[in-house]
Design a protein around this ligand. Sequence first.
Ligand SMILES: Cc1ncc(C[n+]2csc(CCOP(=O)(O)OP(=O)(O)O)c2C)c(N)n1
Ligand SMILES: [Mg+2]
Length: 428
Amino acid sequence: MARKNNNHKRNSARRGSNGRRDLQSTFASQRTYTILDYRLEKPNFTLRQVRIGDEVKYEVEGDLSAPVPPIRESKYLDRKQSLEIYRWMLLNRKMETALENLYKQGKVVGGVYFGLGQEACSCASAYALKPDEWLGPMIRNQGSLLVRGFSPRDIMMQYMAKAGSPTKGRDASSHFGDIRQHNVVAPISTLGDLIPVLAGVALGARLQGRSIAVMTYIGDGGQSTGVTYEGLNFAAVQNLGLVLFVENNLWGYSTPADMQFRVKDLAERAIAYGIPSVIIDGTDACQVYDAAHEACERARRGEGPTLIEAKMMRMKGHAIHDAAEYVPKPLFEYWRKRDPIARFENYLVNKKWLTAAENRELIADVDQQLETDREYAVNSPLPTPESAAGGTYCGEGCHEIKPKYGTPKARRTPRPKPAREEAEVHLK
Ligand SMILES: Cc1ncc(C[n+]2csc(CCOP(=O)(O)OP(=O)(O)O)c2C)c(N)n1
Ligand SMILES: [Mg+2]
């Protein structure tokens, strides 16, 4: 009875004198949500498509003159960890420059994909994972592969399809993983498919009584796919420790982000999944690490998935074949000033965590490692033609495959006789 009265009171409060719903009280009852935002700068511009005759081009509208923000002080990283991340970022960039040169020398089979401008996002995110946790990188996350323990040699040999490469010359870009040692699920070309796979890895660990963090990435273009929704929704409902980086690098091929979704920030998507999210500057290694670390810790506590939107810019074309002519030049200039490596280096120097001499030594060490790996990769053999079919099908004794539920039972009913004589002959 009391409940009914209360309902009556609530209903009358919502209606104005004319009996219509009172807008103010309707809005008051609406839910509001907050999304964490770690950025020290909120770029404010949009990309507009302009047609001049048959030609389509893009123009930037907004302010591109803002001063470059500092690196945000990390809540967790100490000097040693910061220097390690800086080294990974340098290795990531210099390895990609080496790959570009190998391509121009005709030594690379296929294309090359670059993560230029995204090194902080790849390296500082993967750095937050523990060795026994899992990563599912996308094609631009070559820095994440390095952090997980693959060498520049592995990646360069892979691009040159060498016999000693991770896929033994069967694939020619970063489509490889390793489920034994590095806990890396190979990138899947179909955008979004890594999300349910990584959710499955977290579920598998849970079934063995462990809450682990699993991490993967999706682009501003790829996040629109149905499987992104299915995978993340599954992880949310099952409380799985998935850390999803939405890499908003402003372009999906030649389509600007402004033409791919209507929400202001992709982090807003998390509201509809019922999970927390955070927006970060993807060019700031400290923000990337802090957000990744907090999300991983949440995952380890068994509290479920987190969505991290990393805002940055793809500083090259989709792949080496694409000169990115469609990108307005001022946009490149704006983001070039926000270079993740130069800013992190300045931050470390200003903090007195890196002297000029230490920096020179570190850079020389990275160059040396790359040169040794490049030499090795270039001089290593291609697979022999006879080996082409090897590793495709399981050979005699190659893998021991144990049946999970037992071997099939022998047929009790005799096989039906072939309908036609030829069929009988064929079957013999
Ligand atoms: C489901 C699916 N649709 C289309 C493609 C083709 N494709 C490959 S990469 C790409 C653009 C991806 O853009 P984005 O997700 O923003 O990632 P970015 O390249 O910027 O890192 C497209 C459309 C694909 N691989 N999978
Ligand atoms: Mg993109």
